[in-house]
Write a protein that binds this ligand. Structure first.
Ligand code: PMP
Length: 449
């Protein structure tokens, strides 16, 4: 599909279609239980829209969980993937060499924060990137313990799961995962983890968290010389789109440096322009020692990476490796994604349309008492539904009803945390499309109250 053909598309929905029902039944018959939240059966991507098997057209405010940041079927990325499809698909970087992998690594090094020399380790998903970061930190420091944050999500394999702390179901029956991870409170400005009633200055909240780590952990029972790394998301994703106070990561960095502990930053969800900067770390002025990537890195072709400071590189060949990391189709998509983001000024558009979207969401908050909070940066936004604005008690039922009613009216949304909806459209969205989505959201809230 050409870029011009993407113009003029609008939401089109009819009652549940027969084709979708059939495929959902077959899905339930053949696929293992997963986490499906909406009965939408995608067939054709069209920029910020998706057409289903019955010809309904949905506006996609979920971007495949922050993956299709350039929208579906970006013409340039599609062309570059197609070119690679006719050259070479797989030639494992574990044992051999290809130019495309080098180009992908170079592109990532150029756009990730930090002016220092870096190395890239390719994976196939977010959780694998976190697994790689864990091994990088352990092998560099020769230490075994870690610090993670309550509310975090870093994946579901045993190593990354040991850091994930956003929902009990993630852990149910899987304990113990990797030992040695200590969880500390994340500075959530809306729902203060220390249960302090009312408003607390952001600086005080940050000090409280930093002091907690230093006083109750490092000086009490976790010797800092045993800690291989502190792992954090710049903005907690699955935990509810929690944006910490702007000075948090500078203070965390100071603490980490004081004890010579590497800082590992997980940008799997927040990276690639989502927040209106190429990486969310840039908002907070922090340069990670290791940065984990996946999701939008290759516009939807499975790929991940851990980008590390050069000195943290594995000391020997064979310490870590995989078959598919840096697969050539994925590498071609990664290079094309970064080029296309620059050409389309996607990051700038995310900042611009993000500001407009946030303004529109605040209008909804002013209209509906049920919206307790509007938060986020760029196009990584969320609205949080509460039973009472004063107590901030989460209203997950209303949140779920809004998602379902929005879907019935042609808008795809995903939940996050206990009571929030994430607003994460493709970064190429126009102001008209923002308005189109807000109109449906407004209607869905009205229907759900
Ligand atoms: N880290 C973060 C911050 C994530 O949001 C996710 C996925 N939601 C992951 C890691 C895991 O990624 P994947 O599902 O590709 O394993």
């Amino acid at each position: 599909m050409m870029q011009e053909e993407l113009n003029g598309i609008k939401i089109k929905v009819t009652p549940p279609g027969p084709e979708a029902k059939k495929i959902i039944e077959l899905n339930d018959k053949y696929l293992a239980r997963s986490t499906q939240s909406l009965p939408v059966v995608g067939k054709l991507g069209k920029g910020v829209y998706v057409e289903d098997v019955d010809g309904n057209v949905y506006l996609d405010f979920a971007s495949g969980i922050s993956v299709t940041n350039l929208g579906h079927l970006d013409p340039y990325v599609t062309q570059k993937v197609e070119e690679q499809l006719h050259k070479l698909w797989h030639f494992p970087g574990t044992d051999f060499y290809t130019e495309m992998q080098v180009l992908a690594a170079k592109s990532l090094i150029e756009v990730t924060p930090g002016k220092f020399n870096k190395k890239v380790f390719f994976t196939n998903s977010g959780t694998e990137s976190v697994e790689a970061a864990i091994k990088i930190a352990k092998s560099y420091t020769h230490r075994e313990r870690f610090i993670g944050f309550i509310g975090a999500f870093h994946g579901r394999t045993q190593g990354s799961l040991s850091f994930t702390a956003s929902k009990p179901i993630h852990h149910k029956g899987f304990f113990p995962s990797m030992p040695g991870v200590e969880h500390v409170p994340f500075p959530n400005p809306y729902r203060n983890p220390f249960n302090i009633d009312g408003y607390e200055e952001p600086d005080e909240l940050v000090n409280r968290v930093i002091d907690y780590i230093e006083t109750y952990l490092l000086k009490t029972y976790v010797p800092p010389e045993d800690v291989a790394g502190i792992l954090a998301e710049p903005i907690q994703g699955e935990g509810g789109y929690i944006v910490p106070p702007m000075n948090f990561f500078k203070e965390l960095r100071k603490l980490a440096d004081k004890y010579h502990i590497p800082l590992l930053i997980d940008e799997v969800q927040s990276g690639f322009g989502r927040t209106g900067k190429f990486f969310a770390s840039e908002h907070f002025g922090v340069e990670p020692d290791v940065i984990t990537l996946a999701k939008s890195i290759a516009s939807g072709i499975p790929m991940g990476a851990a980008v590390m400071k050069e000195e943290m590189n594995f000391s020997e060949n064979g310490l870590h490796s995989n078959t598919f990391g840096g697969n050539l189709i994925a590498s071609a998509a990664c290079v094309a994604t970064i080029d296309e983001m620059k050409k389309l000024n996607a990051v700038e558009n995310a900042a611009k349309q993000g500001a407009y979207m946030k303004k529109r969401l605040v209008e909804l908050q002013n209209k509906y008492n049920e919206i307790g909070d509007v938060r986020g940066l760029g196009l990584m936004l969320a609205i949080d539904f509460v039973k009472d604005r004063r107590t901030k008690e989460p209203n997950s039922k209303l949140r779920n009803d809004v998602i379902n009613n929005a879907f019935k009216n042609g808008l795809i949304l995903l939940s996050t945390g206990s009571s929030a909806i994430r607003i994460i459209p493709p970064l190429i969205i126009t102001q008209e499309q923002v308005d189109e989505g807000i109109e449906v959201l407004d209607k869905a809230i009205k229907m759900s109250k």
